[in-house]
Design a protein. Structure first.
Length: 351
């Protein structure tokens, strides 16, 4: 069971919290006083450098193996390193790496558009809206009804094939994440029409450069069938990795709606987020997103400072009687699957 401090989130729901910001201000002052909001440029330079060298090493391995099916053994390694690349782009979008907007955007464009083929502008807009209202049934794009649904009202209106998906979405979740790597690329291209021509030129050009470069590199060293198989394994495992990194952070947590409680920043972020307990390996695999509560409270906090802020945040929540949810990785995924299963219960009962 997740570890929490204080009352249950359900019990807190109907209460009217103090004036917005009053609960968060002391914590912000303490965190800022310990220098945890200061940038860690050197740490990010090393992290980015090591990741780029590792990416180059994998591609060198593919080149050395040549037209061999053994090259597919390098696809999982490339998927893991591609997820590191996505985490760097995520941090750049939050100004965790640098406060300079142009530099942050450049880092995001290189890691998102060029190296991953994922639109940085699309991701930034969607992700910022999520951070502003996490798990809000009407304002958070991450819980909007799509292939998956996250509330009973979303499920209730489904018929036909979408209804079948909802009835079985818990079982289908992991298979569907295998498509996420491709979906992220498609969304980036689709979003170009929502931007001025200068943004389209830069972002679209880099997205096309990624697709062309990716295909050219694989076809230069592998046969067409080998290249296709390598790309399929790489993109599927990248989608799975990112799905496993993002899913446990909010799914199954409080989901406020338009008629729900008017929480201030502290409660809005803490009550809708879940931390994943672990050590350095967990931190590395999840890109620091296992400290989801701290990340949501302080989006611009550099990744290596999140674990340092955790004791401060936990203690502050305990003083206020606000639940602080932290669980192991296995239990976090169990809660996600249980939530997805429960959402489809109404449709299963109707069949």
């Amino acid at each position: 069971m997740p570890q929490t401090a204080g009352l249950s989130a359900t019990a807190l729901g109907p209460q009217r919290p103090p004036a917005p910001g009053s609960e968060f201000t002391p914590l912000l002052r303490e965190v800022r006083g310990q220098g945890l909001l200061e940038h860690r440029t050197g740490w990010y330079v090393r992290t980015i450098g090591v990741n780029l060298l590792a990416l180059a090493a994998v591609l060198t391995g593919v080149a050395l193996l040549g037209e061999s099916w053994w090259a597919l053994l390098l696809a999982p390694a490339l998927a893991v390193l591609s997820a590191r690349t996505a985490f760097v782009g995520h941090d750049a979008g939050h100004s965790q790496i640098t406060s300079g907007r142009r530099t942050a955007r450049l880092i995001g464009l290189v890691h998102g558009n060029l190296l991953l083929g994922m639109g940085f502008a699309w991701w930034n807009d969607k992700h910022n809206r999520h951070h502003a209202n996490p798990n809000h049934t009407e304002k958070d794009p991450d819980v909007a009804a799509d292939v998956l649904v996250f509330t009973a009202p979303q499920a209730a209106g489904r018929t036909g094939f979408p209804a079948w998906l909802t009835r079985h979405q818990a079982a289908l979740f992991l298979p569907l994440t295998l498509l996420e790597g491709i979906a992220l690329k498609v969304y980036g291209f689709q979003d170009l029409r929502n931007h001025p021509w200068r943004v389209r030129l830069v972002e679209g050009g880099l997205l096309l450069a990624h697709v062309a470069g990716y295909a050219a590199l694989l076809l230069a060293f592998l046969t067409p069938w080998q290249a296709l198989a390598f790309a399929a394994v790489h993109q599927a495992l990248l989608g799975l990795h990112l799905g496993l990194a993002f899913a446990p952070n909010h799914k199954g947590m409080e989901m406020p709606g338009p008629d729900g409680p008017r929480w201030g920043h502290l409660r809005r972020q803490v009550l809708t987020s879940r931390n994943i307990r672990g050590g350095p390996v967990t931190d590395w695999l999840l890109g620091g997103l296992n400290y989801q509560i701290e990340h949501h409270l302080f989006p611009s906090m550099p990744r290596p400072h999140l674990r340092l802020a955790q004791p401060l945040v936990r203690a502050h929540c305990a003083r206020l009687g606000i639940p602080y949810t932290e669980t192991g990785a296995v239990d976090s995924y169990r809660q996600v699957f249980v939530h997805l299963h429960e959402v489809g219960e109404g449709l299963r009962a109707a069949t």
